[in-house]
Design a protein around this ligand. Structure first.
Ligand code: GAL
Length: 414
């Protein structure tokens, strides 16, 4: 009996040794209610696998603050084990030679088959996987409080013309038509949605992805700026500086009728216990039906000397692309799975509509990377473009001057 006990003890020690538990420090910016709950699922899975999660969260929507903190950590020679980075920044970081190569794991796990090619390409540098995708968010949504529309006798708009008619009625009835967060990235989110609606998918691609000067400084772009100005006139005076999740709360608390925001907003409605169809509705932002402005969250792993840490990084990446995590996370976050073939069973109607649009948009050339969410252009150019939008939004700059300024901004960063 005693020998048997000794043996089991030795065996469990051996098991623990081969597990090589390591601490994984993860930089992310998921701090709102819905976001924190979602990332908590990843933490749980990692810890269940024997590793430790060291949370390195930097508050601030869109990761603007997180990226600043990350740069200073890397410069001081102390990068986190994993960090939330996306779009062309992935290739920029890879070029510095600081990212772990995840290709061996990707081959073993068949990522090339698991991921749509367009999305897999975002994760690669010179053909090698250097990032792991978490989800797909759709940007061009409009979140609606249906009872405000009812009280105001307004119809839910599908065009910007109809929007103006509805917003007037809502204002007259004593409600705030649009819940806005006055932060540059939020203003840019609304703007790119307007550009897509006013100009259509080809124009969006030419202007905000390919940065074609003629499209940037064009009558269509001027019209998009005019529309942004018009939308702003239906926001409240306390918008400057407001966080996006507080703007979402204005919609479900019955203070504001609409919010233009990606579907991470759904995470907030859900965690507040709100019922879709009763307390809130999600429809395509005006004139954008059929198009899908996508935003993919992803993690990169910083190179490690320690083999235990390397193993833990691979474990984290493996968990992220597992079907189990894709369901646990995305049903909370408001996004949809980035991997193919995940069961649709646990997803709500909004997510199912998102999945269907994603599929059809891919075939109709309406699947477009979000500029405001770092998917389309380098961080430096994006920063310059967002500065123009914010300047326009917060001053009396004319739409024509803003369109011209877009071209100068892009040229200055080329
Ligand atoms: C986006 C990010 C989303 C969401 C949002 C607000 O850039 O991709 O996951 O969290 O910021 O923080």
């Amino acid at each position: 009996m005693r020998t048997f006990k000794k043996m089991t003890l030795a065996m469990s020690l051996l098991g623990a040794l081969s597990l090589s538990a390591a601490e994984v420090e993860v930089l992310h910016w998921w701090t709102s209610g819905g976001e924190a709950e979602s990332v908590g699922k990843l933490k749980n899975l990692l810890e269940k696998s024997g590793h430790t999660w060291k949370d390195f969260s930097v508050a601030g929507g869109n990761g603007v603050n997180a990226m600043t903190v990350l740069k200073s950590r890397v410069v001081s020679g102390n990068p986190p084990t994993a960090a939330q980075i996306k779009g062309p920044s992935i290739q920029e970081w890879a070029e510095l030679g600081v990212l772990s190569n995840l290709t061996a794991l990707a081959k073993k796990d068949n990522w090339d088959k698991k991921l749509p090619k367009q999305f897999a390409d975002h994760m690669k540098y010179k053909g090698k996987y250097v990032a792991v995708p978490v989800n797909v968010h759709k940007i061009n949504w409009m979140w609606v409080n249906p009872s405000i529309f009812k009280k105001a006798g307004a119809s839910i708009p599908t065009t910007w013309k109809e929007f103006e008619i509805a917003a007037k009625k809502i204002k007259k009835a004593g409600f705030i038509p649009v819940a806005a967060g006055g932060q540059p990235w939020q203003e840019a989110t609304v703007f790119e949605t307007i550009v897509l609606g006013i100009g259509g998918p080809d124009f969006y691609r030419k202007a905000l992805v390919e940065l074609d000067y003629k499209s940037l400084n064009s009558p269509t772009m001027i019209k998009a700026f005019d529309t942004l100005r018009m939308v702003k006139s239906y926001t409240d005076k306390n918008a400057p500086g407001r966080d996006w999740n507080l703007a979402t709360a204005m919609v479900y608390k019955g203070e504001a009728a609409m919010q233009f925001m990606g579907d991470w907003a759904k995470g907030e409605f859900k965690i507040a216990g709100k019922k879709v169809g009763i307390d809130y509705i999600a429809i395509d932002a005006p004139q954008t039906s059929g198009s899908y402005l996508y935003n993919i969250d992803s993690f990169v792993m910083f190179k490690q000397k320690d083999t235990d840490k390397k193993q833990a990084q691979e474990k984290l990446a493996e968990l992220i692309v597992s079907d189990n995590f894709q369901v646990l996370f995305n049903t909370r976050k408001g996004s949809v799975p980035v991997t193919l073939g995940v069961s649709r069973e646990k997803f709500d109607d909004i997510a199912l509509r998102s999945m269907d649009t994603l599929n059809s948009a891919a075939y109709t050339k309406q699947l477009l990377p979000s500029m405001a969410h770092q998917m389309a252009i380098t961080d430096a150019i994006k920063g310059a473009v967002v500065d123009v939008i914010t300047n326009f939004y917060n001053t009396k700059m004319s739409s024509a001057d803003a369109a011209k300024a877009l071209v100068s901004a892009v040229k200055s960063e080329m």
